[in-house]
Design a protein around this ligand. Structure first.
Ligand SMILES: [Zn+2]
Length: 96
């Protein structure tokens, strides 16, 4: 059985993903506790509603932990680039 993806939807997931990218620019700072309370809550609020971001955050957390334990280095730039690619390749049907 194949489902058609041809029906038009009114909600625009693209703008939402742009918002996700903005979030991800701050995630490493968030994990380093460099952000103020308001921004932290903004991110937490977003990942509560956004499943892809939540799972990405979990992965990022784990990776950052490993990085810190291994070499005491900040997260490499290449890694955040990969994260952005991940988001761009995410399926657009995130809502149930
Ligand atoms: Zn998101």
């Amino acid at each position: 059985m194949e489902s058609d993806n041809n029906h038009h939807k009114h909600c625009g997931p693209d703008s939402k993903h742009t918002h996700c990218l903005e979030m991800f620019k701050r995630l490493s700072e968030y994990l380093d506790n460099e952000l103020d309370d308001i921004t932290c809550k903004e991110i937490e609020h977003h990942v509560e509603q956004c499943v892809p971001c939540f799972s990405c955050l979990q992965t990022l957390k784990r990776t950052v932990d490993l990085c810190k334990q291994a070499s005491n280095k900040p997260v490499p730039e290449e890694f955040s680039r990969k994260l952005k690619e991940m988001i761009q390749n995410m399926p657009k049907t995130t809502s149930p």
